[in-house]
Design a protein around this ligand. Structure first.
Ligand code: UN1
Length: 513
């Protein structure tokens, strides 16, 4: 058996106490309960990680609260310097961390490396931003008065992340939150707890080297009950949660109940519109990578291809031909394109979707199926499938986190395709393939795509960190990562200063004593 350097990677990441219960980074954890991390690549138990008890959680919050007092008064560019050092460590550990992501989560090694690259990129972005936490200045209506606004840190930011981007989504949140002066408590997915421990080890070292409290970055582990400790806790003013729409609705209601803030990144149901003026070669690459990359487990994965009837057969045949080239297998082997799904429950969801689309009248054009035999022992490897369907089918309206692509035909003007693309509950990512300027602009206009991301001649996945990332409707409305997404991690304060000896009231109100 080829090891693909996993043991060495684990060692480099400080994950050496295998199968014994791994430290969560804060060394006083004493919980007997553990979660087991099984690799979907080969079905092996990689390690067990201690879960966080209520008592441990209280210690974490106390540690974070204390650390916040030190961190918030450190000048933002100095906090940026810490994030810069964190980015440097990530550069050094890009390969082992990329490998761990691939082995624990199942995405291809290339995509694992890409994820760590996103972490490095957001660190660089955050370092620059640490000198640009700008507020506006306004002209006061009163003489001898000055008015301006400041952004101050919020406090503890709770981060709940999903298995599919087990390290990058945390870093999008944490790198920005840190330069903003916040401290973070992270609950990674219980399906990828080792990625969490590895990241915590990296930042803990940077903090220690700088004599800073480790409570600036905290890790808690466990299932949704551990997440609930944060969502119900008014000492955590902001919860940033990535995951299913079902989870997001619960988080929003719980956090809303105590009037906390939530930043939600939930499901997508992303489509590419293929118009008669599309470049077919580009369309095929964009659609196939979008649909099968990360085995269809990105929130930005391409789920629907909405194709004009005049080129429908041509596009369909080209995509079907491309699917025939796909190699499915161990994601650490760079000859393979598609790795496993995260677990057997995901495999079941995939099988259900294929059954349902047929029941609703769909037509399978690329057969799916679960692979077995040598190399597929984990039972999590499935064949990417394609079905012809109608946009209104219940299963098409639903986000299935697996490589199932629906082909949908449209006729007439591009508006008909846009209506279909918008005709789902989710609103994350969208794309149009066209060389027709009018169609592209119509798609991007106020009457066009209703998604948070709208691309022209690019697929739906693979967003860069420099833009704000997130979507509308049931995707939750949150924005993370680039642009001015940092503002959600801060509280805004409007300051008015009077430098005269008079006290004139605003709106010209007279109040003489
Ligand atoms: C996610 O799937 O949760 O746009 C995030 C992309 C990635 C991020 C996906 N940069 O595909």
């Amino acid at each position: 058996i080829i090891d693909f350097g996993i043991q060495e990677a684990l060692q480099k990441l400080g994950l050496t106490e295998l199968n014994k219960g791994t430290s969560t980074g804060l060394n006083w954890f004493s919980n007997e309960e553990t979660i087991s991390s099984f690799s979907p690549v080969d079905g092996e138990l990689i390690a067990k990680v201690e879960t966080t008890s209520k008592e441990d959680y209280e210690k974490v919050v106390a540690t974070a609260t204390d650390a916040f007092k030190t961190w918030r008064v450190m000048p933002a560019p100095k906090r940026g310097e810490i994030v810069r050092q964190f980015g440097e460590e990530l550069r050094k550990l890009k390969e082992p961390l990329g490998k761990l992501v691939s082995y624990e989560m199942g995405k291809s090694y290339q995509e694992g490396l890409g994820e760590v690259q996103e972490m490095i990129d957001i660190c660089d972005f955050a370092v620059g931003l640490s000198r640009q936490l700008h507020g506006l200045t306004m002209h006061s209506e009163r003489p001898g008065h000055r008015m301006y606004e400041q952004y101050h840190p919020l406090g503890i930011v709770g981060i709940i992340s999903a298995f599919n981007f087990p390290v990058a989504v945390w870093s999008w949140n944490t790198a920005l939150a840190w330069i903003c002066g916040d401290v973070c408590i992270w609950k990674p997915s219980e399906k990828t707890p080792l990625c969490g421990v590895a990241c915590q080890n990296i930042i803990a070292k940077v903090l220690k080297d700088n004599n800073l409290p480790e409570g600036i970055s905290c890790l808690i582990n466990g299932d949704y009950t551990v997440g609930e400790m944060m969502t119900t806790d008014k000492r955590v003013p902001l919860i940033s949660a990535t995951g299913s729409t079902r989870m997001g609705k619960i988080v929003a209601a719980t956090v809303g109940q105590r009037l906390g803030k939530s930043l939600l990144e939930l499901g997508g149901n992303n489509a590419i519109i293929v118009t008669p003026d599309a470049d077919i070669k580009m369309t095929v690459i964009g659609a196939v990578f979008g649909a099968v990359g990360t085995a269809g487990q990105r929130c930005t994965s391409t789920r629907r291809l909405i194709i004009h009837e005049s080129i429908y057969d041509k596009v369909k045949n080209a995509v079907v031909d491309a699917y025939a080239q796909l190699r499915i297998g161990n994601p650490l082997d760079e000859n393979n394109h598609v790795g496993p799904l995260i677990d057997k429950a995901a495999v079941e969801g995939y099988q259900n979707a294929l059954q349902k689309v047929v029941e609703e009248g769909g037509n399978i054009v690329v057969e799916g199926g679960v692979l077995s035999g040598e190399g597929y022992e984990s039972g999590c490897y499935v064949k990417p499938a394609i079905a012809e369907a109608n946009n209104v089918y219940e299963i098409v309206q639903h986000e299935t986190f697996a490589p199932v692509l629906y082909l949908i035909k449209y006729s007439g003007e591009v508006e008909n395709a846009i209506e279909m693309q918008n005709g789902v509950a989710q609103g994350l990512s969208s794309a149009i393939m066209t060389n027709n300027l009018r169609e592209a602009e119509r798609f991007l206009s106020h009457a066009g795509s209703d998604c948070g991301i709208a691309n022209v001649n690019i697929g739906t996945s693979g967003a860069e960190i420099g833009g704000a990332f997130g979507g509308e409707k049931e995707t939750g409305g949150g924005r993370e990562s680039g642009s001015d997404a940092w503002k959600v991690y801060m509280r805004r304060q409007t300051n008015t200063i009077n430098y005269t000896t008079e006290l004139p009231l605003a709106q010209g109100i007279k109040f003489d004593l």
